[in-house]
Design a protein around this ligand. Structure first.
Ligand code: 0A1
Ligand code: ZN
Length: 877
């Protein structure tokens, strides 16, 4: 352990910056081993800070070597500045001056992938959140916005493409015969949005005419061998640009918009102004190499990064505690965009399923934090599901409370009022409130209170007056960090059905309708619906109108009724999931008690009815047929018995497969349509239902089903079908599975993104020697510890292996801890993210829990990065 622990930064300590940087002029003399960066910062004291004597403190990093410093062209002697803990401190400054700073950095040795680094043969940058300080000394905080001019000098033969933000304004030769290009970005921006790329890249060109008829050049750059995989992203970009004009009135502002794909990237993608940089896994797509899920992900992430141009870049965050201001809003925008491009309900089910599984688990774990955190040690640890997904749910609730029209007016006001500013989550809500007149004072608590609220509903019917009374209570669980919790303003969308499944009209507070939005804003409230003749079945929290856990004592027949008849598609899915959760919980308890499993499943009836309903979207049918995941059942369990959950899921799946084997075979054949691959909602739906049916059919262990799997693997003309067949074979003990895995590698070994899928599937296999297998995979030529995608594939896949990762002897936990320790110094962000499964130790059954804790203690005893230190120490606290 380090002698001094990293310090905590608090929101309450926020102060405006003492200095501003009006203009930033950067020159990069690019070289693999040592790059020289010269910055000229046009600075002045910030009048708003009210202080005239404070020293100038610039952020830097230990990997930045200062080789020259001058103020207004006067070289500063060493006694006039000092460097302490990575910061450059200049005691005396004028009120206005130009600071010139020369630094040396080593992109080749940058394994953290923050700042300027090398990926394959190119240079690229990643500056969010605090990467710019690894390039040069700067006021590296989002509320310092500056106009950047960037000069890149390099050998043109090796780096013919040299890019930065804004427009290219000059190009020429230096005296030494190198090439220089100059880029100018007229929009003031914080340093986290700075970007630079240089390499021997191929480009796809296109253009877009904005609603005000300006032509924008669009360019996607990749390494030459990947240029055939950017067409889908380009089309997705144009759809995003059009959608943002139509849905939000937001037009693109520069004359050029560029995207670059890089192989080594810590996250998905980055919204640098005019020059987005993408993890290649989130940009490249071709039918042969990319699954449907990945196609949809490419589209969503292209949209997300593009939408940031307004929600993030034109209006940015005052400080990193406000991260959800840009991320929550932008996720909400990309979710709505995807819903508009495909199916609204399917998209909502997928998003909620993810939120309920992963974000709810985060919010119940040691890293639980409010959407606007009050403190952090390392901001990189706060790019979380809470900031992104729960943040998007908050924006969605505002949309529900205001209605579409007022929400749009609120968004217009927000962008108009704050264009060019760095603002707060409060400013966003204030704009929504000011434009709509809806009081959001209480609602704002969603930003400051962590944890998932539990809403419990009970009801009664008064037949004499025809009144249905629905009582709702809410409680957000208290934790050590948050000993008292307060009621929130929770919008609950509700409909009522009669026992034949017909939708009922009722009156609530004077408004008569088939659906009502209840405003639950105190710890207990009763809502009275009138105009009814018998006790209805309530359809509660339609569309998942708030990120809460809802408890209502539904009978199985109520759930079957909702599943077959609710007009809210989301709740049809939700009811089926609830039946499955109830049945799986019984089975899990049998398994824990050491009993042999037995169940009369009501889902058989439900699925039969579902399969005979021709009116349903096949994608919805596939979602309803999908049993709750191991991860979701773990989130619901306390304590978690991983092996019991696995056994229960397997039992129920086999039971359903045997009871409906004919139906699944028929379904498989019906949706097994051939033809040229298209990533349209319709075709994706057919493939998804077909492959879901196949995953059941093989559970009958029929030769025919196994043969169909093998044939699909062999003959598929697209990666979705081929990889589904392979996964199904691997997880159903198909006799040919090992050969199929080997053949798949042989077929695709030249395609790194496909190889990553192979790594993940191989690592997820359940076998008693899974640790040995995963070690072998990490020795394989296809593996590379420097590449985050590969690390995520292998260790992420391994995490899904119950007999491997969760092996009772603790060997899986020990192995993961070894990898975290190894990566801690090389790439702290990745190491920190790998800790997540171990941090859930308190919820695990006793034996495994102790072993996980011991591994966390072993990690904490090392000399740790801030990133890993924060996550591990908080999870042991
Ligand atoms: N702002 C990006 C996410 C991002 C965050 C940090 C990064 O590096 C540490 C990279 C990307 C987004 O929301 O897409
Ligand atoms: Zn984002």
């Amino acid at each position: 352990m380090k002698e001094s622990q990293p310090s905590t930064i608090y929101l309450k300590d926020y102060k405006v910056p003492p200095f501003l940087i009006d203009k930033t002029e950067l020159t990069f003399d690019l070289d693999e081993t040592t790059t020289v960066v010269t910055s000229r910062l046009h600075m002045r004291r910030n009048p708003a800070s009210g202080k005239s004597t404070e020293p100038l403190v610039l952020d830097g990093g230990e990997d930045v070597k200062l080789i020259g410093l001058a103020m207004d062209d006067y070289a500063l002697p060493p006694e006039e500045y000092r460097i302490s803990e990575g910061k450059l401190i200049i005691t005396a400054t004028a009120d206005e001056f130009v600071l010139t700073c020369e630094t040396l950095i080593e992109p080749q040795n940058n394994t953290r992938l923050e700042g300027l680094y090398r990926s394959s043969s190119m240079f690229c940058t990643q500056c969010e959140a605090e990467g710019f300080r690894h390039i040069t000394y700067y006021l590296d905080r989002p509320d310092v916005m500056s106009v950047f001019t960037t000069t890149i000098i390099a050998d043109e033969a090796r780096y013919p493409v040299m890019l930065s933000n804004g427009n290219q304004v000059e190009k020429g030769k230096t005296e030494e015969g190198k090439t220089f290009v100059v880029w100018h970005d007229p929009f003031p921006k914080p340093a986290y949005l700075f970007a630079l790329v240089a390499g021997d890249l191929a480009v796809k060109n296109d253009s877009f005419v904005t609603q005000s008829e300006r032509e924008v050049t669009l360019q996607i750059f990749t390494e030459p061998h990947n240029l055939d995989k950017v067409d889908y992203a380009m089309e997705a970009l144009k759809r995003s640009m059009r959608w943002d004009e139509e849905a939000y009135g937001r037009e693109y502002d520069l004359d050029i918009f560029m995207i670059v794909a890089v192989d080594d990237f810590n996250m998905g993608a980055m919204e640098n102004k005019g020059l987005n940089i993408f993890n290649s896994s989130c940009l490249l797509a071709s039918p042969e190499t990319t699954t449907d899920d990945s196609y949809l992900r490419v589209e969503a992430i292209v949209a997300h990064e593009y939408f940031h141009n307004w929600s993030g870049n034109r209006v940015t965050c005052r400080d990193w505690f406000q991260l959800s201001l840009k991320e929550g809003f932008t996720v909400f925008r990309d979710q709505t965009f995807s819903a508009d491009m495909h199916s609204e309900i399917v998209k909502r089910v997928e998003d909620v399923s993810f939120l309920r599984t992963a974000q709810f688990a985060e919010d119940a774990g040691p890293m639980s934090h409010p959407v606007r955190p009050a403190s952090f040690i390392e901001i990189s640890n706060f790019y979380t599901l809470t900031i992104y997904e729960k943040g998007a749910e908050i924006v969605r609730m505002v949309h529900t409370l205001l209605g579409a029209e007022k929400f749009r007016a609120g968004s217009d006001l927000y962008f108009d009022r704050h264009d060019g500013q760095a603002v707060t989550c409060d400013d966003f809500i204030t704009a929504m409130q000011d434009s709509s007149g809806v009081d959001l004072t209480l609602f704002k608590r969603w930003y400051s209170q962590a944890g998932t609220p539990v809403v419990t509903a009970t009801d009664e019917f008064d037949s004499a007056s025809g009144t249905y009374r629905l009582t709702m209570k809410q409680q957000t669980p208290a934790t050590k960090n948050q000993p008292t919790t307060l009621p929130l303003h929770i919008p609950v969308r509700v409909g009522l059905l009669d026992t034949s499944g017909k939708v009922l009209t009722s009156a609530l507070s004077g408004s008569t309708s088939e659906e009502h939005v209840l405003h639950l804003n105190s710890s207990e409230q009763t809502f009275e619906f009138t105009g009814l003749t018998s006790k209805p079945v309530p359809s509660l929290l339609r569309g998942f109108s708030a990120p809460v856990k809802l408890h209502y004592d539904y009978s199985t027949s109520d759930l079957l009724l909702l599943m077959s008849s609710d007009t809210d598609g989301f709740n049809r899915w939700s009811a089926a999931q609830q039946i499955a959760v109830n049945e799986l919980t019984m089975l899990i308890n049998q398994s824990i008690a050491g009993e042999s499993l037995s169940l009369e499943s009501q889902l058989v009836k439900g699925f039969k009815a579902l399969l005979s309903d021709e009116s349903l979207d096949p994608a919805m049918v596939a979602l309803i047929l999908t049993l709750p995941s191991q991860a979701y059942l773990s989130e619901l369990a306390n304590p978690i018995h991983p092996a019991a959950i696995k056994e229960a899921r397997q039992y129920l799946k086999t039971l359903l497969a045997n009871a409906l084997s004919g139906e699944f075979e028929l379904l498989y054949n019906k949706h097994n349509i051939q033809g040229e691959y298209q990533a349209t909602a319709e075709d994706i739906a057919h493939r998804s239902l077909k492959n879901t049916a196949l995953s059941y059919w093989v559970e009958t262990n029929s030769d025919q089903a196994h043969q169909a799997t093998f044939e699909q693997f062999r003959t598929a003309n697209n990666m979705t079908d081929q990889f589904s067949a392979l996964s199904i074979a691997v997880h159903s003990n198909n006799a040919k599975a090992t050969d199929m895995l080997a053949a798949f590698y042989e077929q695709w070994k030249a395609e790194p993104l496909v190889v990553n899928k192979w790594l993940m599937l191989s690592a997820s296999q359940d076998s008693s020697d899974a640790v040995a297998s995963v070690k072998a995979l990490m020795e394989h030529t296809a593996f590379d510890l420097k590449n985050p995608n590969k690390v995520r594939s292998v260790l992420g896949g391994f995490g899904q292996s119950i007999s491997g990762f969760h092996n009772e002897d603790g060997s899986g936990y020990h192995f993961l801890a070894d990898q975290i320790i190894l990566l801690n110094s090389r790439n702290p962000q990745i190491a920190s993210r790998l800790c997540t499964p171990l941090t859930r130790w308190k919820k695990m059954e006793a034996k495994r829990s102790e072993k996980m804790k011991a591994e966390l203690e072993r990690i904490l005893a090392q000399d740790l990065s801030k990133d890993v230190y924060e996550v591990v120490s908080k999870s042991l606290a």
